[in-house]
Design a protein around this ligand. Structure first.
Ligand code: ADP
Ligand code: ADP
Length: 224
């Protein structure tokens, strides 16, 4: 079967992490989130984590030289050989070009960039109610996707908290950074013919169905 090298992107709070949780259960592809990798580094107090934290807390992008090497190394691991779902990378044009170079060295290419599209107002609504579990970062929303027991993760029983960078003023900064630096990638991947748009305003289950249908079509096309 042909490999599936997928990018998930969209504004902060669009539902990428929520969909990734569901997609991992459907496809045997590793889910790679640069945000999760950075948060793990911050939690473990590594040098990378210490360097990255100030940018993350301010809602800015972490410098490319820290991110590109981290992502490239992860994509070369054995479990990503038949494909991957990449969330949160690339975030700007330089990173997109670096990713293309890395993949072409491995004689691979991006199969599809899936844009989960929602408005800024919806982003703010979603992020203000977002809660994540301390153990694995599983996502919930106090109103739209509540856990069975308040404050407790359904999947691993750990405590639910608000992320440091989910405070209102940081969210606005992250949105600004998204529109300025990440959104131009829509055109970049459109030109490569791999852009697929998903309406992210629908329910998590509907968005999931749509993504699965897109992936099923891609699989058929890659196999022809
Ligand atoms: P969200 O889930 O809100 O889309 P992420 O978890 O992907 O956000 O990222 C959180 C923060 O980590 C970003 O605001 C940024 O500081 C940093 N980050 C994650 N991925 C990258 C990247 N590819 N380049 C630069 N910074 C990144
Ligand atoms: P991202 O990874 O893109 O930053 P998340 O998956 O963490 O976004 O989702 C942000 C918040 O919105 C979470 O609290 C999540 O439970 C909620 N959410 C995700 N998808 C939907 C949806 N389709 N409708 C309503 N709320 C959603």
């Amino acid at each position: 079967m042909a490999e599936l090298n997928l990018l998930l992107f969209g504004p902060p709070g669009a539902g990428k992490g929520t969909q990734a949780d569901r997609l991992q259960a459907d496809f045997s592809l590793p889910f790679i989130s640069t945000g999760d990798m950075l948060r793990a580094n911050v939690k473990d107090g590594t040098e990378l984590g210490q360097q990255a934290k100030q940018y993350m807390d301010a809602g800015d992008l972490v410098p490319d030289e820290l991110i590109v090497a981290m992502a490239a190394e992860r994509l070369r691991e054995q479990d990503a050989r038949d494909g991957f779902i990449l969330d949160g990378f690339p975030r700007n044009l330089e990173q997109a070009k670096a990713l293309d170079e890395q993949l072409s060295e491995l004689r691979r290419h991006v199969t599809a960039a899936l844009l989960i599209d929602v408005s800024d107002d919806e982003v703010v609504r979603r992020i203000s109610g977002r809660r994540v579990c301390v153990k694995a970062g599983h996502n919930y929303h106090v109103e739209f996707d509540p856990p069975k027991r308040e404050g407790v993760c359904d999947q691993d029983g750990s405590r639910l908290v608000q992320r440091d960078d989910d405070k209102d003023e940081v969210v606005r900064k992250r949105l600004e950074v998204y529109h300025e630096q990440t959104e131009p990638l829509v055109e970049y991947y459109d030109e490569q013919g791999v852009m697929r748009r998903i309406d992210g305003t629908r329910s998590p289950a509907d968005v999931h169905d749509h993504i699965r249908a897109v992936i099923a079509t891609l699989r058929l096309e890659e196999d022809v």
